[in-house]
Design a protein around this ligand. Structure first.
Ligand code: FE2
Ligand code: FE2
Length: 471
C-alpha cells in the first residue's frame, strides 16, 4: 500500500518528497497550472464555497471526502492506484514479461504521444465548459459541473506527473504545452476535434459528460491494461473519479428527457417548447451530434497505430486481462464495412489493425444501455417516443467514413440529401438560440429550471435542497 502525503504542497501517494528534482519541477509547474485555472477555469464562482469531493485515498468506499472548498484552493494531487505485485504485460508481443516500471526505450515516443493526447483532453473540457456556471439550472447541477471541472484538472496533474517523471526535458515541455493550447482556438487548438467544439448550454454539457467522458472511460480502461505500470496505475485511479462524470451526463439527459415528456403531455398541442421546455426531437439532435463526434475520438476503424500500440503492450482492449483468453490477437480478423467506389463492402481486417473498432463497439454497447433506460423514462411519462443512437457511420469526421455522407441508419446518401435533411438530424443555429433563451440561472437551494426534472437524490446523502454552493 502506498503512503499518502495529503499536507504536502502537492498532495500525493508517490513519495514525491523522496525525489527532490521531480518535486521541484512539479512545484515549478504548479503556479503555471494555477494561472491557467484562473484564466481558463470556470467563469465566476472562484471565491465561492462549493461542496466538493476531494481524493484522500485510492481504494475502498472512503477514498474521498466532501467539504466546502473554494475552487482555487482545491487540493489537486497525484494519486496512483496501488501496485499489483509481480504484474506482467498481459497482451501483445511482450505477453508474460514483467510490467515496465520505467519507459521502455523503444516505445518512448509512442507512449509520450499517448499520454499527451489523453492529457490534452482534460484541460480542454474545462475550457469548453467554463461559462456554464452562469446558466446553471440548480445549485445541485452547478456543484456537479465544478466537481467535474476540478477533477479534470486533477487528471491533467496525473498526466503531467507521468510526463515530468518519466520523459525528462521533453516531458516538461509537453507539460507546458498542455497549458498553452486552448479549446476551439484557431492557432493553438486542442489535439482532438471533439475537444474544440463549443459546449455553451447545459444540454450540450450533459451530452458531453455522457458521451465524451464515457470515451474517457474506455480510453482510460484500455490504458489501465498497459504494460507501462505507472500509466496503468494512474488510469485505474482516474476511472474511479470518471464514474461520477458519466453519472452527471447520464442522469442529466434522463432528467431533461423526463421533463420534456411531462411538458409534451401538459401542452394541448404536445409542444414542449410552448411550455418553455426542450422538445424531444431537439434532444435527439444533440445526442446525434455529440455521439458522432465522440466516436471520432476512437481513431480510424483500420489503424496501424492501434496495431502498434497493442503489439507493444501499451494499450489493450477493454478489460483485456479479465475478458479475453487469447491475448496476442494474431491470425484473427474482424469484419469491417469498407467504403469502396460508392458502396459498402464487408472486408476481413487483421484484428490488430481493428483495435480502435473493437473499443468503439464496446463504447457503443455501453451507450446503448443508457439509451434504453432513457426511452423507458420517457414512455413512463406517457409519451410514445424512442430515443436512439445514430449508426456509427453517421456524421463522422475521422476514420474510413469521414468525407462521406450517411443517414441515421448508416446508408450511404448523397451530399445533397444530407444537406437537405441536416436540420432534422443535427442541432441548428435556431436550436442553439432557443436553448440560450431558456437557460437562465436558478441559484436558490431546492429550486430548479423548468426544462429539467430534479434528481432523484442529492450528493453524498444530502437532499436536493442542500446548499451545494454558497453564493
Ligand atoms: Fe478526465
Ligand atoms: Fe471526466
Amino acid at each position: 500500500m502506498s503512503t499518502f502525503d495529503l499536507h504536502a504542497k502537492i498532495p500525493n501517494n508517490v513519495d514525491l518528497a523522496a525525489d527532490r528534482r521531480l518535486q521541484r519541477a512539479l512545484e515549478h509547474w504548479q503556479p503555471h497550472y494555477l494561472s491557467w485555472w484562473n484564466e481558463m477555469g470556470p467563469d465566476g464562482f472562484q471565491d465561492k464555497d462549493i461542496y466538493l469531493r476531494t481524493a484522500i485515498g485510492v481504494s475502498g468506499d472512503d477514498w474521498a471526502q466532501f467539504d466546502y472548498v473554494r475552487m482555487p484552493d482545491y487540493r489537486w494531487g497525484i494519486f496512483l492506484a496501488d501496485q499489483v505485485p509481480d504484474r506482467k504485460v498481459s497482451f501483445g508481443d511482450h505477453l508474460g514479461q514483467p510490467a515496465w516500471q520505467e519507459v521502455p526505450g523503444e516505445h518512448r515516443t509512442t507512449l509520450r504521444r499517448i499520454i499527451v493526447t489523453q492529457g490534452d483532453t482534460e484541460p480542454a473540457s474545462v475550457e469548453q465548459q467554463r461559462r456554464l456556471g452562469l446558466t446553471a439550472p440548480s445549485l445541485y447541477d452547478l456543484r456537479n459541473l465544478f466537481q467535474v471541472n476540478v477533477e479534470e484538472g486533477r487528471h491533467l496533474w496525473a498526466m503531467v506527473y507521468l510526463l515530468h517523471s518519466y520523459f525528462g526535458a521533453e516531458g516538461r515541455d509537453e507539460a507546458e504545452e498542455l497549458l498553452a493550447r486552448r479549446a476551439g482556438d484557431a492557432d493553438k487548438p486542442r489535439i482532438l476535434d471533439a475537444f474544440n467544439q463549443p459546449c455553451n448550454d447545459w444540454l450540450s454539457f450533459f451530452c458531453f459528460t455522457m458521451f465524451a467522458d464515457r470515451d474517457g472511460k474506455f480510453q482510460l480502461a484500455s490504458l489501465a491494461e498497459s504494460g507501462f505500470d505507472p500509466l496503468s496505475r494512474t488510469c485505474r485511479f482516474m476511472l474511479t473519479e470518471e464514474a461520477h462524470h458519466m453519472f452527471v451526463g447520464d442522469t442529466g439527459l434522463e432528467r431533461i428527457l423526463r421533463r420534456s415528456a411531462q411538458l409534451t403531455r401538459l401542452d394541448p398541442a404536445g409542444d414542449a417548447r410552448a411550455q418553455g421546455g426542450i422538445d424531444l426531437p431537439t434532444i435527439q439532435r444533440f445526442i446525434n451530434f455529440w455521439f458522432s463526434y465522440c466516436l471520432d475520438l476512437f481513431g480510424s476503424e483500420v489503424s496501424t497505430n492501434a496495431s502498434d500500440f497493442f503489439a507493444a503492450g501499451l494499450k489493450g482492449r477493454f478489460n483485456e486481462e479479465k475478458r479475453y483468453t487469447e491475448h496476442t490477437a494474431l491470425n484473427q480478423t474482424k469484419t469491417i464495412w469498407m467504403p469502396r467506389a460508392g458502396q459498402l463492402v464487408a472486408e476481413d481486417i487483421d484484428l490488430r489493425n481493428a483495435m480502435n473498432e473493437c473499443l468503439r463497439e464496446d463504447y457503443v454497447d455501453d451507450c446503448q444501455n443508457a439509451i434504453r433506460r432513457w426511452s423507458k423514462a420517457v414512455q413512463s411519462e406517457g409519451v410514445d417516443f424512442e430515443v436512439t443512437l445514430p449508426n456509427p457511420r453517421f456524421h463522422r469526421h475521422q476514420g474510413i467514413y469521414a468525407g462521406l455522407t450517411f443517414d441515421l441508419r448508416g446508408n450511404l446518401i448523397s451530399q445533397e440529401e444530407f444537406d437537405r435533411r441536416k436540420a432534422e438530424w443535427l442541432p441548428s443555429t435556431a436550436d442553439l438560440e432557443y436553448l440560450r433563451s431558456i437557460m437562465q440561472p436558478v441559484y436558490e437551494p431546492g429550486r430548479i429550471a423548468n426544462w429539467i426534472a430534479p434528481p432523484k437524490k442529492g450528493i453524498n446523502n444530502n437532499e436536493f435542497a442542500f446548499e451545494y454552493v454558497k453564493l
